[in-house]
Ligand binder design. Structure first.
Ligand SMILES: *Cc1c(COP(=O)(O)O)cnc(C)c1O
Length: 427
């Protein structure tokens, strides 16, 4: 493995960290070791691989050279002690949390988490005797402190949430967790190590859906969890748990994820700047009653985002049309360049109506509390020419009936906005 001097910058490390030319043929790009098992030279070699030979491989569910190169790269970029790559982001969340929990324990989670993680905590973990408590004001460190119970074993939140762009105050929440002797696990899927490194800010484990910006091209599923040095003693056990639960990452996907990460900084800069351009354009439109992008000064977490995310807040955010669901339907059906899809972090720009898709299982009250109105649309801004994306939205907005473009707001929607912003009010 190339010895990477820590002084090297992010762009250098995203290319070089964790990889070295293949010793057999000199392949500069990490080869895809597409094999289930690894042959043993002889009796002793077989015994050693099951024993103390840390560099030897046995079977790809326990470890694989292509996957290991990806793990070294992500651990380096996240300033972590060690990374474990798994088959999806949900597998990374599951393994990261189950590695810290047993029956009778409770997770303390932000309400502003990915729907799959919310279901996992609220429904599936319950069957294994692991409870969950939700913090409805995740921006308030006191709310986290008050919600810690004697059975609480781990705190869980997301760096920037989807779709409302709630921003987790990682240094403050990590301080609350550590004062209670608990670890903080942070999902950084929307931010990636280029925009934010949770472990440097005090978190103990960072998890990623690598299917999103790390892969970057919308082709491969994967997940990664990275432990900080504070939890280095848990890594071997967590790795054993991952291999027994079995959500292994395919070496082919590990290869695709490494290819994506080599251009991460370039893509994130472009994603972020185009997303800000689009958010500003939307905020100036009379058809739009609100834009939930932490990149905008009007967002209640804008100052926190500026402090924690100086390079920007990424490219996933939502906006709400004053015309409610009929307006959202008209715009969603009229776009031609944006792809109607529930994925995010793709080269392609994506659009989604959360209330009837990703968040359809939530009650109307829960939707309201999550800042999702009938007219809310979620964007994941891609890497196309900004002018083309704006032209597509302009054309889609032209599909709105004229009366919905009046600045006067529907009284109910004004109420919705008031409530959601009250729920987000700065302390
Ligand atoms: C997509 C996503 C996940 C789940 O990742 P998969 O790779 O789809 O399993 C977890 N957390 C966040 C924030 C996500 O966006």
């Amino acid at each position: 493995m190339t010895a990477v001097v820590p002084a090297h910058g992010f762009a250098t490390r995203q290319i070089h960290a964790g990889v070295a030319p293949d010793p057999s043929h000199g392949s500069a790009v990490t080869p895809i070791h597409l094999t289930a098992g690894f042959a043993f030279d002889d009796f002793d070699a077989a015994r050693d691989r099951f024993g103390d030979d840390p560099d030897g491989y046995v079977y790809s569910r326990y470890g694989n050279p292509t996957v290991a190169a990806l793990e070294r790269k992500v651990a380096d970029l996240e300033s972590g002690a060690s990374a474990i790559a798994v088959g999806s982001g949900q597998a990374a969340v599951s393994v990261a949390l189950l590695g810290l929990l047993r029956a009778g324990d409770r997770v303390l989670s932000s309400t502003e988490v990915y729907e799959g993680s919310r279901g996992l905590l609220a429904e599936d973990f319950a069957r294994f005797g692991i409870g969950v408590d939700f913090v409805t004001e995740p921006h308030d460190p006191e709310a986290w402190r008050r919600a810690i119970r004697p059975e609480t074993r781990v705190l869980f939140g997301e760096t920037v949430s989807n779709p409302r762009n709630e921003v987790l105050d990682i240094p403050a929440i990590a301080a609350v967790a550590h004062a209670a002797g608990l670890p903080l696990v942070v999902d950084s899927t929307l931010t990636t190590p280029y925009l934010l490194r949770p472990l440097e800010l005090g978190a103990d484990v960072v998890v990623h859906s690598a299917s999103k910006f790390l892969s970057g091209h919308g082709a491969a599923l994967g997940g990664v969890l990275v432990h900080a040095a504070t939890l280095a003693d848990r890594v071997a056990e967590t790795r054993a748990l991952a291999s027994r639960l079995g959500p292994s990452l395919s070496p082919v996907n590990a290869f695709l994820l490494q290819q994506g990460i080599e251009t991460l900084s370039l893509r994130m800069d472009r994603h972020t700047s185009t997303a800000r351009t689009i958010a500003e354009w939307l905020a100036a439109r009379s058809e739009v009653s609100g834009v939930d992008s932490a990149a905008l000064p009007s967002h209640p977490r804008h100052e926190l985002a500026r402090r924690l995310l100086p390079r920007g807040t990424g490219s996933v955010f939502s906006f709400t049309l004053a015309g409610g669901e009929p307006a959202a339907r008209a715009v969603l059906d009229a776009v031609r360049l944006f792809t109607r899809m529930s994925h995010l972090g793709d080269t392609r720009s994506l659009i989604l109506h959360p209330a009837t898709t990703s968040h359809a299982r939530r009650t109307p009250d829960e939707l309201l509390a999550a800042g999702i109105a009938p007219g809310t649309l979620r964007l994941s801004v891609g890497l196309e020419d900004p002018a083309d994306l704006l032209a597509d939205l302009e054309r889609a907005f032209a599909a709105l009936p004229v009366e919905r473009r009046e600045p006067a707001r529907h009284p109910h929607l004004a109420h919705v906005r008031q409530l959601t912003h009250a729920a987000l009010a700065l302390t």
